[in-house]
Design a protein around this ligand. Sequence first.
Ligand code: PLP
Length: 410
Amino acid sequence: MAELTVIKSPWFDDFPALNTQVYEKRLRYLDTAATAQTPNAVIDRMTRFYQNDYASVHRGIHYLSAKATEDMEHVRTQVSDFLGAEASRNIMFTKGTTEAINLVANSYLRPLLSPGDEIIVTEMEHHSNLVPWQLLSEFCGATIKVWQLNKNNELDLNDIKDLISRRTRLISVTHLSNVLGTLNSIKEIVSYAHKRNIPVLVDGAQAVMHQKVNVADLGCDFYVFSAHKLYGPTGTGILYAKSRHLERMVPWEGGGAMIDQVTLPMGTSYGQAPWRFEAGTPNIAGILGLGAAIEYIESAGLDKIAAYENQMMEYLVESLSQVNGIEIYGNDDNRIGVVAFNMKGHHSFDVGVFLDRYGIAIRTGHHCAMPLIKKLGQSSVCRASIGMYTQSSDIDALVQGLNRINQLLR
Ligand code: PLP
Protein backbone atom coordinates (compact mmCIF):
# COMPACT_ATOMS: atom_id res chain seq x y z
CA MET A 1 0.00 0.00 0.00
CA ALA A 2 2.73 2.48 1.01
CA GLU A 3 4.27 2.91 -2.45
CA LEU A 4 0.96 3.00 -4.38
CA THR A 5 -1.09 5.40 -2.45
CA VAL A 6 -1.71 9.09 -3.02
CA ILE A 7 -4.23 10.35 -0.49
CA LYS A 8 -5.26 14.00 -0.68
CA SER A 9 -7.33 15.71 1.94
CA PRO A 10 -10.52 17.34 0.66
CA TRP A 11 -10.09 19.91 3.45
CA PHE A 12 -6.43 20.81 2.93
CA ASP A 13 -7.14 24.17 1.24
CA ASP A 14 -9.23 25.35 4.18
CA PHE A 15 -6.06 25.67 6.31
CA PRO A 16 -3.92 28.60 5.14
CA ALA A 17 -0.93 27.94 7.43
CA LEU A 18 -0.28 24.67 5.63
CA ASN A 19 1.09 26.63 2.66
CA THR A 20 3.83 28.12 4.81
CA GLN A 21 7.44 27.60 3.67
CA VAL A 22 9.90 26.44 6.34
CA TYR A 23 13.61 26.80 5.43
CA GLU A 24 12.38 27.13 1.82
CA LYS A 25 10.63 23.77 2.04
CA ARG A 26 6.92 23.24 2.09
CA LEU A 27 5.68 22.78 5.66
CA ARG A 28 4.77 19.19 6.53
CA TYR A 29 2.74 19.60 9.69
CA LEU A 30 2.69 16.39 11.72
CA ASP A 31 2.18 17.97 15.14
CA THR A 32 -1.61 18.18 15.27
CA ALA A 33 -1.77 16.49 18.68
CA ALA A 34 0.07 19.51 20.14
CA THR A 35 -2.27 21.93 18.40
CA ALA A 36 -4.41 21.62 15.30
CA GLN A 37 -4.05 24.14 12.50
CA THR A 38 -6.85 26.68 12.14
CA PRO A 39 -9.27 26.73 9.20
CA ASN A 40 -10.33 29.96 7.47
CA ALA A 41 -13.82 29.60 8.93
CA VAL A 42 -12.41 30.04 12.45
CA ILE A 43 -9.97 32.81 11.52
CA ASP A 44 -12.77 34.70 9.71
CA ARG A 45 -15.14 34.38 12.64
CA MET A 46 -12.63 35.79 15.08
CA THR A 47 -11.60 38.57 12.69
CA ARG A 48 -15.25 39.49 12.16
CA PHE A 49 -15.70 39.80 15.92
CA TYR A 50 -12.72 42.14 16.27
CA GLN A 51 -13.55 44.11 13.12
CA ASN A 52 -17.29 44.57 13.47
CA ASP A 53 -18.81 43.22 16.64
CA TYR A 54 -16.23 43.78 19.34
CA ALA A 55 -17.59 44.38 22.85
CA SER A 56 -17.49 42.75 26.26
CA VAL A 57 -20.21 40.37 27.40
CA HIS A 58 -22.71 40.20 30.26
CA ARG A 59 -22.29 43.67 31.70
CA GLY A 60 -23.39 45.98 28.87
CA ILE A 61 -26.84 47.11 27.84
CA HIS A 62 -25.74 48.51 24.48
CA TYR A 63 -26.28 46.74 21.16
CA LEU A 64 -22.80 45.28 20.64
CA SER A 65 -22.50 43.97 24.18
CA ALA A 66 -25.90 42.30 23.94
CA LYS A 67 -24.93 40.78 20.59
CA ALA A 68 -21.58 39.50 21.91
CA THR A 69 -23.38 37.97 24.90
CA GLU A 70 -25.96 36.31 22.68
CA ASP A 71 -23.31 35.00 20.29
CA MET A 72 -21.18 33.64 23.13
CA GLU A 73 -24.14 31.95 24.81
CA HIS A 74 -25.07 30.45 21.46
CA VAL A 75 -21.67 28.70 21.45
CA ARG A 76 -22.49 27.22 24.87
CA THR A 77 -25.58 25.65 23.31
CA GLN A 78 -23.53 24.48 20.32
CA VAL A 79 -20.99 22.79 22.63
CA SER A 80 -23.79 21.22 24.66
CA ASP A 81 -25.34 19.75 21.50
CA PHE A 82 -21.91 18.74 20.19
CA LEU A 83 -21.21 16.71 23.36
CA GLY A 84 -24.77 15.46 23.85
CA ALA A 85 -24.94 17.17 27.27
CA GLU A 86 -28.16 17.57 29.27
CA ALA A 87 -28.30 21.34 28.73
CA SER A 88 -26.13 24.37 28.03
CA ARG A 89 -25.89 25.11 31.78
CA ASN A 90 -23.74 21.96 32.09
CA ILE A 91 -21.08 23.59 29.89
CA MET A 92 -18.44 25.88 31.40
CA PHE A 93 -15.96 27.93 29.42
CA THR A 94 -12.38 27.65 30.63
CA LYS A 95 -8.91 28.51 29.30
CA GLY A 96 -8.39 24.91 28.20
CA THR A 97 -8.30 21.30 29.34
CA THR A 98 -5.78 22.14 32.04
CA GLU A 99 -7.93 24.81 33.64
CA ALA A 100 -11.03 22.63 33.34
CA ILE A 101 -9.33 19.83 35.33
CA ASN A 102 -8.10 22.32 37.94
CA LEU A 103 -11.66 23.63 38.18
CA VAL A 104 -13.02 20.16 38.95
CA ALA A 105 -10.21 19.59 41.46
CA ASN A 106 -10.99 22.81 43.32
CA SER A 107 -14.74 23.29 42.84
CA TYR A 108 -15.91 19.72 43.03
CA LEU A 109 -13.38 17.51 44.78
CA ARG A 110 -11.67 19.80 47.30
CA PRO A 111 -14.78 20.25 49.50
CA LEU A 112 -15.39 16.49 49.49
CA LEU A 113 -11.87 15.32 50.34
CA SER A 114 -10.73 14.26 53.79
CA PRO A 115 -7.28 13.02 54.76
CA GLY A 116 -6.89 9.41 53.64
CA ASP A 117 -9.32 9.71 50.71
CA GLU A 118 -8.07 8.44 47.36
CA ILE A 119 -7.96 9.59 43.75
CA ILE A 120 -7.17 7.14 40.95
CA VAL A 121 -5.19 8.31 37.92
CA THR A 122 -3.63 6.22 35.18
CA GLU A 123 -0.06 5.80 34.07
CA MET A 124 -0.86 7.19 30.61
CA GLU A 125 -2.08 10.64 31.66
CA HIS A 126 -0.86 14.00 30.44
CA HIS A 127 0.65 16.03 33.29
CA SER A 128 -2.49 18.19 33.17
CA ASN A 129 -4.40 15.23 34.48
CA LEU A 130 -1.85 14.36 37.15
CA VAL A 131 -0.44 17.49 38.74
CA PRO A 132 -3.79 19.11 39.71
CA TRP A 133 -4.67 15.94 41.65
CA GLN A 134 -1.23 15.85 43.26
CA LEU A 135 -1.54 19.48 44.34
CA LEU A 136 -4.99 18.80 45.75
CA SER A 137 -3.84 15.66 47.55
CA GLU A 138 -0.96 17.51 49.13
CA PHE A 139 -3.35 20.18 50.34
CA CYS A 140 -6.03 17.80 51.65
CA GLY A 141 -3.90 14.85 52.81
CA ALA A 142 -5.40 12.57 50.16
CA THR A 143 -3.60 9.75 48.35
CA ILE A 144 -3.01 9.26 44.64
CA LYS A 145 -3.37 5.68 43.43
CA VAL A 146 -1.95 4.79 40.04
CA TRP A 147 -3.73 2.49 37.59
CA GLN A 148 -0.74 0.95 35.86
CA LEU A 149 -0.65 -0.16 32.25
CA ASN A 150 -0.48 -3.84 31.37
CA LYS A 151 2.30 -5.38 29.28
CA ASN A 152 0.63 -4.08 26.10
CA ASN A 153 0.69 -0.60 27.60
CA GLU A 154 -3.08 -0.57 27.90
CA LEU A 155 -5.52 -0.17 30.77
CA ASP A 156 -7.00 -3.45 31.93
CA LEU A 157 -10.22 -3.15 33.92
CA ASN A 158 -9.13 -6.10 36.07
CA ASP A 159 -6.24 -4.02 37.38
CA ILE A 160 -8.44 -1.29 38.80
CA LYS A 161 -10.36 -3.71 40.96
CA ASP A 162 -7.58 -3.88 43.54
CA LEU A 163 -7.11 -0.12 43.50
CA ILE A 164 -10.68 0.86 44.29
CA SER A 165 -11.58 1.15 47.94
CA ARG A 166 -14.36 2.77 49.95
CA ARG A 167 -12.09 5.85 50.12
CA THR A 168 -11.92 6.30 46.32
CA ARG A 169 -13.42 9.71 45.51
CA LEU A 170 -12.67 10.05 41.78
CA ILE A 171 -11.15 8.26 38.80
CA SER A 172 -9.54 10.57 36.26
CA VAL A 173 -8.64 9.03 32.93
CA THR A 174 -7.77 10.13 29.43
CA HIS A 175 -10.09 9.23 26.56
CA LEU A 176 -7.19 9.00 24.10
CA SER A 177 -3.48 8.88 24.95
CA ASN A 178 -1.52 11.81 23.53
CA VAL A 179 1.54 9.55 23.18
CA LEU A 180 0.26 6.11 22.18
CA GLY A 181 -3.00 7.11 20.50
CA THR A 182 -4.72 4.41 22.57
CA LEU A 183 -8.48 4.85 22.85
CA ASN A 184 -9.64 3.83 26.32
CA SER A 185 -12.88 1.95 26.99
CA ILE A 186 -14.50 4.82 28.84
CA LYS A 187 -18.00 3.33 28.90
CA GLU A 188 -16.78 0.20 30.65
CA ILE A 189 -14.66 2.18 33.11
CA VAL A 190 -17.58 4.49 33.94
CA SER A 191 -20.01 1.64 34.33
CA TYR A 192 -17.63 -0.20 36.66
CA ALA A 193 -16.94 2.94 38.71
CA HIS A 194 -20.58 3.99 38.95
CA LYS A 195 -21.57 0.61 40.41
CA ARG A 196 -19.31 1.65 43.27
CA ASN A 197 -20.56 5.26 43.33
CA ILE A 198 -17.27 6.65 42.09
CA PRO A 199 -17.41 9.58 39.64
CA VAL A 200 -15.21 9.62 36.55
CA LEU A 201 -13.52 12.57 34.85
CA VAL A 202 -12.55 12.03 31.21
CA ASP A 203 -9.76 14.06 29.62
CA GLY A 204 -11.00 14.43 26.06
CA ALA A 205 -8.21 16.74 24.84
CA GLN A 206 -7.06 14.28 22.16
CA ALA A 207 -10.34 12.50 21.48
CA VAL A 208 -12.85 15.18 20.45
CA MET A 209 -11.21 15.97 17.13
CA HIS A 210 -11.06 12.40 15.90
CA GLN A 211 -14.49 10.97 16.64
CA LYS A 212 -17.99 11.81 17.77
CA VAL A 213 -18.17 12.10 21.54
CA ASN A 214 -21.43 11.78 23.43
CA VAL A 215 -21.19 12.32 27.18
CA ALA A 216 -24.63 10.81 27.81
CA ASP A 217 -23.56 7.64 26.04
CA LEU A 218 -20.19 7.54 27.87
CA GLY A 219 -21.99 8.22 31.14
CA CYS A 220 -19.01 10.18 32.51
CA ASP A 221 -19.39 12.76 35.25
CA PHE A 222 -16.97 15.32 33.81
CA TYR A 223 -15.58 15.73 30.30
CA VAL A 224 -12.93 18.30 29.40
CA PHE A 225 -11.26 19.47 26.20
CA SER A 226 -9.39 22.38 24.58
CA ALA A 227 -10.60 24.31 21.55
CA HIS A 228 -7.14 24.43 19.98
CA LYS A 229 -7.07 20.67 19.47
CA LEU A 230 -10.44 20.87 17.72
CA TYR A 231 -9.31 23.30 15.00
CA GLY A 232 -10.27 26.24 17.21
CA PRO A 233 -8.12 28.90 18.89
CA THR A 234 -5.84 28.63 21.93
CA GLY A 235 -6.92 29.95 25.33
CA THR A 236 -10.40 28.40 25.30
CA GLY A 237 -11.62 25.11 26.69
CA ILE A 238 -14.65 23.31 28.00
CA LEU A 239 -15.74 21.61 31.17
CA TYR A 240 -18.87 19.49 30.96
CA ALA A 241 -20.24 18.55 34.39
CA LYS A 242 -23.29 16.39 35.17
CA SER A 243 -26.16 18.29 36.76
CA ARG A 244 -25.98 16.51 40.11
CA HIS A 245 -22.33 17.58 40.49
CA LEU A 246 -22.98 21.14 39.35
CA GLU A 247 -25.31 21.63 42.30
CA ARG A 248 -22.57 20.65 44.75
CA MET A 249 -19.65 22.48 43.17
CA VAL A 250 -18.41 25.61 44.96
CA PRO A 251 -16.95 28.63 43.17
CA TRP A 252 -13.18 28.41 42.80
CA GLU A 253 -12.06 31.66 41.20
CA GLY A 254 -13.75 34.84 42.40
CA GLY A 255 -14.33 38.03 40.43
CA GLY A 256 -16.75 39.75 38.13
CA ALA A 257 -19.64 37.96 36.42
CA MET A 258 -19.81 35.07 38.90
CA ILE A 259 -21.65 36.88 41.71
CA ASP A 260 -25.21 37.63 42.69
CA GLN A 261 -24.67 40.26 45.43
CA VAL A 262 -21.37 41.54 46.81
CA THR A 263 -21.36 42.87 50.35
CA LEU A 264 -18.65 43.97 52.74
CA PRO A 265 -16.90 42.85 54.77
CA MET A 266 -18.29 39.38 53.91
CA GLY A 267 -21.49 37.73 52.78
CA THR A 268 -21.14 37.78 48.99
CA SER A 269 -23.56 35.46 47.22
CA TYR A 270 -22.87 33.78 43.91
CA GLY A 271 -24.71 33.54 40.63
CA GLN A 272 -26.04 30.42 38.98
CA ALA A 273 -24.03 27.74 37.17
CA PRO A 274 -22.38 27.87 34.72
CA TRP A 275 -21.51 31.57 35.19
CA ARG A 276 -20.54 31.15 38.85
CA PHE A 277 -17.55 29.16 37.58
CA GLU A 278 -16.49 31.77 35.00
CA ALA A 279 -15.04 34.69 36.93
CA GLY A 280 -13.71 37.61 34.90
CA THR A 281 -13.99 38.62 31.25
CA PRO A 282 -13.97 35.45 29.18
CA ASN A 283 -11.99 34.82 26.01
CA ILE A 284 -14.91 35.98 23.87
CA ALA A 285 -13.11 35.78 20.52
CA GLY A 286 -11.77 32.35 21.44
CA ILE A 287 -15.23 31.09 22.37
CA LEU A 288 -16.68 32.40 19.10
CA GLY A 289 -13.78 30.71 17.31
CA LEU A 290 -14.65 27.44 19.05
CA GLY A 291 -18.24 27.81 17.83
CA ALA A 292 -16.97 28.29 14.27
CA ALA A 293 -14.68 25.26 14.62
CA ILE A 294 -17.58 23.07 15.71
CA GLU A 295 -19.68 24.35 12.81
CA TYR A 296 -16.79 23.67 10.44
CA ILE A 297 -16.12 20.08 11.50
CA GLU A 298 -19.82 19.30 11.70
CA SER A 299 -20.30 20.47 8.15
CA ALA A 300 -17.29 18.38 7.06
CA GLY A 301 -18.83 15.47 9.00
CA LEU A 302 -17.03 13.83 11.93
CA ASP A 303 -17.68 10.38 10.47
CA LYS A 304 -16.06 11.39 7.19
CA ILE A 305 -13.11 12.93 9.03
CA ALA A 306 -12.67 9.76 11.11
CA ALA A 307 -12.79 7.52 8.03
CA TYR A 308 -10.24 9.72 6.23
CA GLU A 309 -7.93 9.79 9.25
CA ASN A 310 -8.12 6.01 9.69
CA GLN A 311 -6.89 5.60 6.15
CA MET A 312 -4.11 8.10 6.81
CA MET A 313 -3.06 6.41 10.07
CA GLU A 314 -2.84 3.07 8.31
CA TYR A 315 -0.61 4.65 5.69
CA LEU A 316 1.50 6.39 8.34
CA VAL A 317 2.13 3.29 10.44
CA GLU A 318 2.77 1.09 7.43
CA SER A 319 5.18 3.61 5.92
CA LEU A 320 7.01 4.14 9.21
CA SER A 321 7.40 0.43 9.81
CA GLN A 322 9.44 0.20 6.60
CA VAL A 323 12.13 2.53 7.99
CA ASN A 324 15.26 0.75 9.22
CA GLY A 325 15.78 0.67 12.97
CA ILE A 326 12.39 2.13 13.86
CA GLU A 327 10.61 1.14 17.04
CA ILE A 328 6.92 2.03 17.17
CA TYR A 329 5.11 2.20 20.52
CA GLY A 330 1.48 1.41 21.25
CA ASN A 331 -1.01 -1.04 19.89
CA ASP A 332 -1.51 -1.34 16.11
CA ASP A 333 -5.12 -2.41 16.64
CA ASN A 334 -5.97 0.51 18.87
CA ARG A 335 -4.31 3.72 17.73
CA ILE A 336 -5.95 6.98 16.69
CA GLY A 337 -4.33 10.17 15.46
CA VAL A 338 -0.81 9.81 16.87
CA VAL A 339 2.12 7.44 16.56
CA ALA A 340 5.14 7.46 18.85
CA PHE A 341 8.46 6.02 17.74
CA ASN A 342 12.20 6.08 18.16
CA MET A 343 15.03 5.30 15.73
CA LYS A 344 17.78 2.98 16.84
CA GLY A 345 21.04 4.88 17.32
CA HIS A 346 19.47 8.34 17.04
CA HIS A 347 18.22 10.50 19.89
CA SER A 348 14.70 11.76 19.29
CA PHE A 349 15.87 15.40 19.54
CA ASP A 350 18.37 14.81 16.73
CA VAL A 351 15.62 13.24 14.65
CA GLY A 352 13.29 16.19 15.30
CA VAL A 353 15.90 18.84 14.53
CA PHE A 354 17.00 17.08 11.34
CA LEU A 355 13.42 16.72 10.08
CA ASP A 356 12.68 20.34 10.90
CA ARG A 357 15.37 21.43 8.41
CA TYR A 358 13.28 19.68 5.74
CA GLY A 359 10.13 21.49 6.83
CA ILE A 360 8.77 18.45 8.67
CA ALA A 361 7.22 19.30 12.04
CA ILE A 362 7.01 16.43 14.50
CA ARG A 363 7.25 16.53 18.29
CA THR A 364 9.98 15.03 20.44
CA GLY A 365 10.50 14.69 24.19
CA HIS A 366 8.33 13.48 27.05
CA HIS A 367 5.07 14.91 25.65
CA CYS A 368 4.02 16.02 29.14
CA ALA A 369 3.59 12.35 30.00
CA MET A 370 6.79 11.52 31.90
CA PRO A 371 5.37 8.48 33.75
CA LEU A 372 4.28 6.91 30.46
CA ILE A 373 7.61 7.60 28.73
CA LYS A 374 9.36 5.99 31.70
CA LYS A 375 7.02 2.99 31.44
CA LEU A 376 8.11 2.64 27.79
CA GLY A 377 11.70 2.49 29.06
CA GLN A 378 12.59 5.72 27.26
CA SER A 379 13.54 9.25 28.23
CA SER A 380 12.17 10.79 25.07
CA VAL A 381 10.25 9.68 21.96
CA CYS A 382 9.30 11.13 18.57
CA ARG A 383 5.63 11.64 17.85
CA ALA A 384 3.94 12.19 14.49
CA SER A 385 0.29 13.18 14.66
CA ILE A 386 -2.29 13.78 11.99
CA GLY A 387 -5.45 15.78 11.40
CA MET A 388 -8.15 16.11 8.76
CA TYR A 389 -5.71 18.00 6.51
CA THR A 390 -2.81 15.51 6.56
CA GLN A 391 -1.97 14.05 3.15
CA SER A 392 0.04 11.04 2.06
CA SER A 393 2.72 13.39 0.66
CA ASP A 394 3.37 14.65 4.23
CA ILE A 395 3.98 11.10 5.35
CA ASP A 396 6.16 10.37 2.34
CA ALA A 397 8.25 13.42 3.25
CA LEU A 398 8.58 12.16 6.84
CA VAL A 399 9.70 8.72 5.72
CA GLN A 400 12.17 10.21 3.25
CA GLY A 401 13.57 12.36 6.06
CA LEU A 402 13.95 9.37 8.37
CA ASN A 403 15.67 7.36 5.64
CA ARG A 404 18.05 10.28 5.09
CA ILE A 405 18.87 10.26 8.81
CA ASN A 406 19.79 6.59 8.52
CA GLN A 407 22.04 7.38 5.54
CA LEU A 408 23.70 10.55 6.81
CA LEU A 409 23.87 10.28 10.61
CA ARG A 410 25.71 7.08 11.35
N1 PLP B 1 -4.60 16.25 28.14
C1 PLP B 1 -4.10 15.73 27.00
C2 PLP B 1 -4.34 14.28 26.70
C3 PLP B 1 -3.37 16.53 26.13
O1 PLP B 1 -2.86 16.00 25.01
C4 PLP B 1 -3.16 17.89 26.46
C5 PLP B 1 -2.35 18.76 25.58
O2 PLP B 1 -1.50 18.32 24.85
C6 PLP B 1 -3.73 18.39 27.64
C7 PLP B 1 -4.42 17.53 28.45
C8 PLP B 1 -3.55 19.82 28.04
O3 PLP B 1 -4.24 20.65 27.16
P1 PLP B 1 -4.10 22.25 27.28
O4 PLP B 1 -2.65 22.53 27.36
O5 PLP B 1 -4.76 22.76 26.04
O6 PLP B 1 -4.82 22.65 28.52
